[in-house]
Write a protein that binds this ligand. Structure first.
Ligand code: SF4
Length: 222
């Protein structure tokens, strides 16, 4: 199947059947979204949502967080993964926001990546969700789903996957497609046992053709 055909089929299916795509993280402004996304590394959105109400109440602004100590922040986030390093990153991030950016979250991927605790994926999520700038943050779900579907040529790194997806998906659909892929990876195209029989994307999926259909055809012809 030609790649254009595959993209058309996959995006068309999601447009009709994909969930209304939004981040599952709760936040009330770009600063709190940035905090929540940093906290969500190696942790579920559900767990992050359990601790952020108290955290946001204690630190409603970059200025308040910048004035806190990592130990103080730790007490609010200790139930999530890597609380020590995340507490340090959050305070460092807030201090740089206040010192270099007037306390405002920059709406630019490259600038955001200068902040402690902010990698390319986090920066892409923030610009896409908070500022509605088309972006394709590639996390483990997006990476797996895109590769299995055959939307990339077996890319080896998240950056390669991001570049390939950005090249083929119209910019008006990028942010929404990112959420479609995440939800599909989280609930259908699972890492260990993808639920291919329940998946509406079989028709366009490279993994399904190569791993499920071809071996079955071979067995039938033996
Ligand atoms: S057919 Fe299977 S491998 Fe392909 S996207 Fe669906 S669940 Fe994932």
């Amino acid at each position: 199947m030609r790649k254009e055909e595959r993209y058309k089929g996959v995006l068309g299916w999601f447009a009709e059947n994909g969930a209304v795509a939004e981040t599952e993280l709760r936040y009330d402004d770009p600063f709190h979204l940035l905090v929540a996304v940093i906290l969500s590394a190696q942790c579920t959105d559900k767990r992050v949502n359990m601790i952020t109400p108290a955290l946001f109440e204690a630190f409603p602004s970059a200025e308040r967080l910048a004035a806190a100590s990592p130990d103080e922040v730790y007490t609010y986030i200790r139930s999530i993964s890597y609380p020590n390093s995340k507490a340090k990153h959050l305070v460092g991030m807030a201090q740089m926001l206040v010192g270099d950016f007037g306390g405002k979250v920059p709406a630019d991927v490259d600038t955001l990546q200068k902040l402690p605790g902010v990698g390319r994926k986090t920066a892409n999520v923030v610009v896409g969700v908070a500022f509605n700038i088309p972006s394709m943050p590639v996390d483990t779900h997006v990476f797996r789903v895109a590769n299995r579907l055959g939307l990339t040529d077996n890319s080896k790194t998240p950056l390669e996957t991001e570049r390939e997806l950005v090249k083929h998906i119209p910019s008006r659909l990028l942010t929404v497609a990112h959420h479609w892929f995440i939800l599909h990876g989280r609930y259908v195209c699972l890492a260990r046992k993808p639920k291919c029989e329940d998946c509406g994307l079989k028709e366009w999926c490279n993994y399904y053709a190569v791993v499920r259909v071809k071996p079955a055809e071979r067995r039938a012809s033996q």
